[in-house]
Design a protein around this ligand. Structure first.
Ligand code: FES
Length: 211
């Protein structure tokens, strides 16, 4: 049975706005959904003086709802300040799309989470995070739950390939159960670095592939 997508959803799905990536973005995030294993990447260009989003692009590895939501939230976010863009909710996105089937809620949540994570990434890169929680093994593990294992579409922690995490004196060491020459090793390394290296009290991140 076809899902009852609105005309607006179908239009954004067929002609998504702001698809692609920004080279050397000011903020970036890749978020995955445990519900379906799909991913969305969001890239930001930000004017440092006004804190306004001058450009935003997304790549979706999700379904029609996810693509349509990525399209609408990037349209909503462009030109807004980071603070304004952070408060865009999935409800607003869903309303702007003329509604989404309830079974597809997680797809729009994923796109909105991607935007928020990219904003957070900008703040971390630029030392703008006020709530300075010390980085612990648990903090690192939580972040690794947002790094996808491309072999399974689930995150690194769920797929049990994080062998070890150590945090001491500004240095974080993560051991991953994969051969260093694995086809996804470079990609996984890059995603882990993105999530960990901008934490305010982290000076060095060492990622070891240990299989
Ligand atoms: Fe995975 Fe929609 S089903 S993003």
């Amino acid at each position: 049975m076809p899902l009852p997508y609105s005309e607006i959803v179908m239009e954004h799905f067929r002609n998504p706005r702001n698809v692609g990536r920004i080279e050397n973005p000011d903020g970036k995030a890749v978020e995955g959904s445990p519900a379906c294993g799909d991913m969305v990447a969001v890239y930001l260009a930000v004017d440092p003086d006004s804190q306004r989003i001058t450009d935003v692009k997304f790549e979706s590895y999700g379904c029609a709802s996810n693509i349509a939501t990525g399209s609408i939230i990037t349209e909503l976010a462009k030109g807004k300040t980071l603070e304004e863009a952070k408060s865009i909710t999935w409800k607003q996105a869903s309303e702007a799309l003329g509604g989404l089937p309830p079974i597809k809620t997680h797809c729009s949540v994923l796109a909105v989470d991607g935007l928020r994570a990219a904003i957070q990434n900008y703040r971390e890169r630029h030392g703008l995070v006020k709530e300075r929680v010390p980085t612990t093994v648990e903090v690192v593990r939580k972040r690794l739950k947002h790094v996808m294992n491309p072999m399974t579409g689930l995150d690194l922690v769920r797929t049990k390939i994080v062998r070890d995490i150590e945090v001491s004196g500004g240095k974080v060491r993560v051991a991953i159960d994969l051969p260093a020459d694995h086809q996804f090793a470079a990609n996984i390394r890059e995603e882990i670095l993105e999530k960990i290296e901008h934490l305010w009290d982290v000076d060095e991140v060492v990622i070891e592939f240990t299989e």
